[in-house]
Write a protein that binds this ligand. Structure first.
Ligand SMILES: [Cu+2]
Length: 273
């Protein structure tokens, strides 16, 4: 039970949620980021009682076993807190008026990526996206739901922040990786085996085997797979014809290519005629 709750809390934190799991002797995560107006929820996932007590006394709550405490943060600032029962337990909530969502995956050089975020600012406010050098590279307008988004096209890994008036979000890193797809092809009688490996590793990402089909005048996807834990995939095609193949690494949609292998060929099987 405790393990399951901790695992859920870890996933929620990665998604930008504002939940804190209170463990036996620590708040998890120790540091939480929230948007002004957000409610942060503390869940006691441990077998002993704790408190969530602001260092400046501005909020406080007790957490019995299995209990919850929540507090809404109206304005920006860094709010440190502690447990009055276990003095070694400390935590911090950092509240901003602008937050950028953490990019979910690395992209290829020059690929466009839509950065999104939330603002505790009036609808229609202009938000500027700044790069590492604090140069404005895109602008966005805050929608009625408080969300905004802007498209960037970095050529190397870049940390971005959103700025509006005197407010700035914390930076988020958008990783750019120049991935290569390496392929090998081998014929075994009526079977053609295509092995693909992606470097740097892209475990779990989608790859597509394409064959060049003269009767359809081009490249066609014939098999899809996910890269295994060694960043490899293996495709088997049953054909005695000669084969021209290539493998594409794609985005999560399984369609948009990120990287493409060289073209490899296998001759016709001796029995093909
Ligand atoms: Cu405690």
């Amino acid at each position: 039970m405790t393990v399951a709750v901790a695992a859920l809390a870890a996933v929620a934190a990665a998604a930008g949620s504002s939940d804190v799991s209170v463990q036996y002797a620590a708040y998890q995560p120790v540091q939480t980021t929230a948007l002004a107006g957000d409610t942060v929820m503390w869940h006691n996932a441990s077998p002993r009682t704790h408190t969530v007590t602001a260092d400046d006394g501005s909020f406080a709550g007790s957490l019995y076993v299995g209990g919850m405490y929540s507090h809404s943060f109206d304005g920006p600032g860094a709010f440190t807190y502690h447990c009055t029962l276990h003095p070694e337990m400390h935590g911090e909530v950092d509240v901003y008026r602008l937050l950028l969502d953490t990019p979910s995956a690395a992209i290829a050089p020059g690929e466009s990526y839509t950065l999104s975020g939330r603002a505790a600012l009036p609808a229609g406010s202009t938000v500027t996206i700044q790069n590492d050098s604090s140069e404005g590279v895109a602008t966005a307008s805050v929608g009625a739901d408080g969300r905004f988004s802007a498209t960037v096209r970095p050529t190397t890994s870049t940390s971005y922040r959103a700025v509006s008036g005197g407010d700035a979000s914390p930076r988020v890193l958008l990783g750019v990786l120049d991935r290569k797809v390496r392929v090998a092809i081998a014929r075994h009688g009526g079977r053609v085996v295509v092995g693909a490996r992606v470097v740097p590793a892209a475990r779990g990402q989608r790859v597509v085997l394409q064959l060049h089909l003269p009767e359809r005048f081009g490249w066609w996807p014939v098999r899809r797979a996910r890269l295994d834990s060694h960043s490899r995939a293996r495709f088997v095609i049953h054909t005695r014809r000669r084969v021209r193949a290539r493998v594409l690494l794609t985005r999560a949609d399984g369609v948009t290519p990120v990287a493409r292998s060289a073209v490899v060929r296998a001759g016709a099987s001796a029995l093909a005629h």
